[in-house]
Design a protein around this ligand. Structure first.
Ligand code: PMV
Length: 319
């Protein structure tokens, strides 16, 4: 018998290299974070609620979309708890999509859902809600750890699952765990992924230069995977800086993010810094031997800055 109540939690993520380009089938390299979203759900009551309020198609867009596609049972009462700032480029919407779909799949079945099924359902939720998306964030949040998405499987890396859509294939692969000294600086302005993805699409549709920038980002990501395998943080930092240049030229940087990136790079011991996620607001990341000094430098500029650790914990479903 499927359970009457279920819960799931899923981590946020940061993209080290490859955002936006991954939408066009280029590789991306990401880490799941040690901050999570938890969703509890149980059937009962006259109508669906989220945290005690009636379900709202816009305010609860990701949950609404997940229910539209993945639920036809009695109205659900859902509760969410988040350690992730929303609309900040650290993957809160992906974590919410993953945890919600995991709960729905669990409520439908006698046994816990398999991660590939959760990743696929969560990708559909993001895609429909945002209008355009890659399966990066939802796959990283499902898998946990260090994850490479790539158009062709990388030899030696464990293949977790493949997601195909519109003639593209993203191979989701696990890379060895690693503990990078990383800082996130949240600019305080919200980032709207759908708007930024649409902006890059308009540029890419009419400009060979933009398409070339996206390919360059893909190459930087592949080089970054090699740097990571060699434990070469200096090289990885340089690649992050070059990725930032490409994102800036693509038009998804903001003056505030740029100021934070430059401030982080000025701290001795910093290898590299770039925006992370969709841009247009949201967050930047820095790779630095002196993360506490970077946090202080970013906070002096008014950012909300914090050290992050990668986590090997992906989605977890109960009961
Ligand atoms: O800002 P976030 O955390 O939603 O990251 C978006 C990453 C993009 O590559 C810009 C979009 C995508 O779906 O991959």
């Amino acid at each position: 018998m499927p359970p009457r109540e279920a819960h799931a939690s899923a981590p946020g993520k940061i993209i080290l290299l490859g955002e936006h380009a991954v939408v066009y089938g280029e590789p991306s390299l990401s880490l799941a974070l040690d901050r999570r979203i938890r969703v509890d759900a149980g059937a009962g009551g006259p109508r669906a609620t989220v945290n005690g309020e009636p379900l709202h198609a816009h305010r609860h867009a990701y949950i609404h979309q997940a229910l539209e596609r993945g639920w036809n049972g009695a109205p659900l009462q859902l509760h969410t708890e988040s350690e992730l700032p929303s609309a900040s480029g650290v993957g809160s919407s992906a974590a919410l999509s993953v945890a919600t779909n995991a709960v729905l799949l669990r409520l439908h079945s006698d046994t816990p859902p398999a991660p590939p099924a959760i990743a696929r359902a969560a990708f559909e939720t993001e895609l429909v809600t945002q209008g355009a998306a890659s399966p990066n964030d939802t796959s990283v949040s499902t898998a946990g750890g260090v994850v490479l998405l790539s158009p062709s499987p990388r030899p030696g890396a464990e293949l977790l699952w493949t997601i195909e859509r519109d003639g593209r294939a993203w191979h989701v692969q696990r890379l060895p765990p690693l503990d990078l000294p990383l800082v996130v600086g949240n600019s305080g302005s919200r980032s709207h992924t759908a708007d930024q993805v649409a902006k890059v699409r308009r540029f890419a549709d009419r400009s060979a230069f933009a398409r070339d920038l996206l390919r360059q980002i893909g190459q930087l990501t592949n080089d970054g995977v090699d740097a990571l395998a060699d434990g070469d943080l200096r090289r990885l930092g340089q690649l992050m800086n070059r990725n930032q240049d490409c994102l800036h030229t693509l038009g998804v940087d903001t003056p505030v993010l740029e100021r934070l990136v430059l401030a982080a790079r000025r701290v001795p011991g910093t290898y590299g810094a770039k925006l992370t996620g969709a841009g247009g607001g949201g967050s930047m990341i820095a790779l630095s031997e002196r993360p506490d000094d970077v946090v202080a430098a970013l906070e002096r500029l008014g950012a909300h800055a914090f050290r992050v650790r990668s986590s090997g914990r992906g989605v977890e479903v109960g009961p």
